[in-house]
Design a protein around this ligand. Structure first.
Ligand code: HEC
Ligand code: HEC
Ligand code: HEC
Ligand code: HEC
Ligand code: HEC
Ligand code: HEC
Length: 395
């Protein structure tokens, strides 16, 4: 009696699932048996099902195994896999009930179902965790050696651009220390402990030592409660930053900040342009203590837009060449020639053009008005002009 009730419950649950997915996942190479089984499910006909199961006793193990094989094909999505395993499970359950069939088949299906659910949970958990950690522009989770780290009981690493930017301009790292592309640097603990990569600074002199046991968890921190301050910016503390700055050989002046707080943009992330304006800091431009090799270019370029409702964009060489080296833009991303480049928004979304930095480490390309903020009548004095293409002549 109990078994029958449980079968009916299974049938009902599966009918609902089938009703939802029936159309999208019906596969072409289905057997006659499977087709009939699905029809009975749809019709919610337990009696028809019992006849079908009894009649096909001999082929049922092969049917279940072929469903399992199909479910586990690498190209199947999680939903497809779960759906096929659910059908296999239902057939196996009915086969036990009506044919006194092999219980091992059901156990096999159930084991796979459990594994799939666990895998999916892990996959999306990791994904959610990484999305959360990377919400702050330039917070990069590093998982290339995930297995080796896990084997040593260590979490993946986070590299928070924002903490580093407070003390170092981009040109300190890009590209003398790191190529400006995620995953392009073959980062490893061995190289770090030899004083390369992160170890250029995390050596116990400029910053905490990456070879010291007590510091492993400061970088291998993803997923731990201690990582919160890196995400909600509460890592920031005026006195702490002053201390770090003096150790690093630069300055941090919280007294120049309104209310002692970090200035933020409309998305709540740090406004780095404002920090320079109020002279709250003066990040280093290199690690050897000499002057900035390339210097800063002072020209401004006004990108005129031909779109009526849109404001023009002023590109400041000064802001940009203070942070980054000329070679980060010239000649690969932009030809160093007035009017030689047409900027398209679509390229920014793909991480090209201005989107090489904006949307990754610099403020996002979705903050339209932060770039499009010069009315067409308002041409800043001395700006060089990148003219909008003239509209195509009317037919
Ligand atoms: C202290 C060193 C350091 C500083 C300073 C620094 N970066 Fe990075 N940057 C890195 C590291 C590390 C990576 C990741 C490299 C990897 O994954 O191999 C990276 C990667 C990047 C990437 C690649 C993103 C992608 O999706 O491929 C961009 C863009 C970038 N940085 C821009 C900047 C900008 C702009 C600045 C200054 C505002 C800056 N960085 C300052 C260390 C630094
Ligand atoms: C140019 C020097 C420099 C390089 C290169 C550098 N860091 Fe840092 N890092 C610092 C400084 C300075 C701080 C501020 C903390 C301090 O020194 O007290 C810091 C802070 C951090 C923090 C904040 C955690 C804490 O507890 O303070 C993390 C995480 C971190 N670095 C990871 C990395 C990783 C990962 C790399 C390499 C991919 C790297 N850093 C490369 C200088 C550097
Ligand atoms: C300054 C940040 C930092 C600190 C501190 C740090 N690591 Fe790492 N570690 C990294 C980075 C970056 C990687 C490469 C991440 C990746 O796989 O994408 C890494 C990778 C590893 C790996 C993976 C395998 C390999 O050889 O690269 C192990 C194991 C490891 N670290 C152990 C440690 C131990 C043990 C400590 C403490 C003694 C430590 N780490 C401290 C940044 C750090
Ligand atoms: C990092 C700076 C920056 C940001 C942020 C930005 N733009 Fe642009 N945009 C430009 C530049 C530079 C041009 C080139 C001027 C031109 O041709 O109109 C441009 C061009 C355009 C164009 C005309 C060319 C094309 O690609 O179709 C449109 C439309 C446009 N932007 C809309 C937007 C909207 C909407 C947003 C916000 C979602 C935005 N922009 C955010 C810099 C930016
Ligand atoms: C963040 C990217 C970026 C950086 C960094 C950068 N530039 Fe440019 N540069 C541009 C863009 C964009 C233009 C506009 C080209 C156009 O009008 O099509 C430009 C134009 C130029 C031009 C022609 C217009 C002018 O200003 O006379 C020269 C020359 C030039 N850059 C030199 C440099 C030098 C030298 C440096 C380093 C000190 C530098 N740039 C840094 C993006 C950059
Ligand atoms: C190599 C990296 C890089 C590239 C490429 C780049 N930017 Fe920037 N940009 C920055 C950084 C860094 C800042 C400082 C603000 C920040 O980090 O959010 C900045 C700031 C700005 C600002 C100042 C905003 C303000 O509040 O005053 C504007 C406008 C701007 N960028 C437009 C552009 C345009 C337009 C392009 C493409 C023609 C471009 N940027 C390409 C890195 C870059």
């Amino acid at each position: 009696m109990k078994a029958t009730v449980s079968i009916i419950r299974q049938v009902v649950i599966i009918t609902v699932i089938v009703a939802i997915f029936f159309k999208s996942y019906l596969s072409a190479e289905e057997s006659q048996f499977r087709k009939k089984f699905m029809e009975n499910h749809k019709a919610n006909s337990l009696q028809a099902q019992s006849i079908l199961i009894k009649k096909n006793k001999d082929i049922i193990p092969a049917e279940i195994n072929s469903l399992i094989t199909e479910a586990m094909l690498p190209e199947k999505s999680y939903q497809e896999r779960v759906y096929l395993l659910d059908i296999a499970g239902a057939i196996a359950t009915m086969n036990i009930h009506w044919n006194n069939g092999d219980e091992e088949l059901l156990k096999k299906v159930e084991k796979l179902q459990k594994e799939e659910v666990e895998k999916e949970k892990k996959r999306t958990e990791g994904f959610e965790e990484i999305k959360k950690m990377e919400k702050v522009p330039g917070n990069f989770v590093m998982t290339a050696h995930k297995q080796e780290m896990a084997a040593k009981g260590l979490s993946p690493v986070i590299y928070p651009h924002w903490i580093h930017r407070a003390f170092f301009r981009c040109k300190v790292c890009h590209e003398d220390i790191f190529i400006m592309k995620r995953g392009a640097n073959d980062l490893s603990q061995a190289k770090i402990q030899e004083g390369k990569q992160c170890g250029m600074c995390h050596n116990g002199k400029i910053s905490f030592n990456a070879s010291a046991e007590e510091n492993c968890g400061r970088c291998h921190i993803v997923g731990k409660p201690e990582s919160r301050p890196l995400m909600d910016l509460s890592y920031y503390n005026g006195n702490k930053f002053k201390e770090i700055a003096s150790r690093v050989g630069t300055e941090w002046n919280p007294e120049n900040l309104s209310g002692g707080k970090l200035p933020v943009d409309k998305l709540g992330f740090i406004n780095w342009v404002e920090l320079d304006k109020v002279k709250a800091f003066n990040p280093r431009t290199n690690l050897n203590g000499g002057p900035d090799a390339e210097g800063v270019r002072e020209t401004n370029i006004l990108f005129e837009t031909s779109i009526a409702f849109l404001k023009n964009v002023l590109f400041s060489h000064k802001i940009h060449s203070t942070w980054v080296k000329c070679s980060m833009c010239h000649p690969d991303t932009f030809k160093p020639e007035l009017g030689a480049n047409r900027v398209k928004m679509i390229e920014m979304k793909d991480g090209k053009s201005c989107g090489r930095c904006h949307g990754k480490v610099a403020f996002t390309h979705s903050d339209c008005l932060r770039c499009h903020n010069f009315t067409k009548e308002n041409t800043p004095e001395g700006a060089l002009i990148n003219h909008a293409p003239t509209a195509a002549p009317a037919q």
